[in-house]
Design a binder for this molecule. Structure first.
Ligand SMILES: [Fe+2]
Length: 285
């Protein structure tokens, strides 16, 4: 059988974007596409995601879904650019409403209705949908954020930041709506998918010069994940996560990322001079 997943690595933010091709070999989904953003100038570029789009067009695939695993805090979503180029519907977990409500307050986003309506579809836990004849199930995997979901199909699971590579561990739980014991339960849900399931990462920070990898099997994670192995207790995990999160600096792009990503990848509306601005809340985050 032809390879069903093609993954693209965004070096600057260490993000994996994935293309999943359905059983019919024609229709596909794109998971977590990335927009290039330079914080010093406020300039966006589409060079990275354009390579993915070119690959997609070369294969004459049809895009059914753009899937976000969560509202990312460390890179900007390229969903609007992908949709303009290839079509498709944009989906995210229905927990996005809580994330929108939280950041709407912090950034005073008067243009944003925190009801998820800027996305085309909000996925509920357990919901099913299809990509080119392959059936997907949505699994709520909160803990890193309220809206984190895993998209599961046919031995493949797109897990967002529910886990990182075994040698890096797990994602922080100290963003608004984060919760270490929820993350532990979500990771256990991934481990219950069965040893051969491929867990596709949203990031690989690839320590000590290792080559980034787009996925690890459940078996690899259960045996070797430095934060959650088969034998790790919830108590141990929560204690480790809580202690660790106290000292982590915020991601470099958190301020632009959350403002754009809760708007489904759109910039804030332009002001009366025609320019859109990203805000910085002083002494708040
Ligand atoms: Fe994240």
């Amino acid at each position: 059988m032809a390879e069903q997943v093609k993954s693209f690595f965004h070096e600057q933010t260490k993000t994996w974007s994935h293309v999943f091709i359905g059983a019919d070999g024609r229709r596909a989904a794109i998971i977590d596409p990335v927009l290039d953003y330079e914080a010093s100038s406020g300039r966006t570029q589409t060079n990275s995601v354009d390579a993915l789009i070119a690959w997609f067009r070369e294969r004459e695939l049809t895009l059914e879904w753009i899937l976000e695993t969560h509202a990312h805090a460390d890179h900007l979503s390229a969903a609007p650019h992908v949709k303009a180029a290839l079509g498709g519907r944009l989906g995210i977990g229905d927990g996005i409403r809580k994330v929108q409500a939280g950041f709407k307050k912090i950034f005073n986003m008067n243009d944003l209705e925190p009801d998820g309506s800027v996305f085309d579809h909000l996925f509920a836990d357990g919901e099913r949908f299809e990509v080119g004849g392959t059936s997907f199930e949505v699994m709520a995997t909160p803990g890193h954020t309220n809206d984190s979901v895993t998209y599961v199909a046919d031995g493949h699971a797109f897990i967002g930041d529910t886990l990182f590579a075994p040698d890096f561990g797990s994602a922080r739980c100290d963003f608004p709506g984060g919760d270490a014991s929820e993350l532990f339960s979500s990771i256990r849900k991934l481990y219950a998918l069965g040893d051969d399931t491929r867990l596709y990462l949203c990031h690989d920070y690839a320590p000590e010069g290792r080559e980034p990898r787009p996925w690890f099997s459940v078996a690899e994670q259960r045996q070797a994940n430095r934060h959650v192995r088969e034998e790790t207790s919830e108590q141990e995990f929560v204690a480790m996560r809580t202690a660790r999160d106290k000292d982590l600096p915020l991601p470099e792009l958190i301020i632009p990322s959350v403002q754009v990503n809760v708007r489904a990848g759109h910039m804030p509306p332009p002001e009366d001079n025609g320019i859109a601005y990203i805000k910085v809340p002083v002494n708040t985050l």
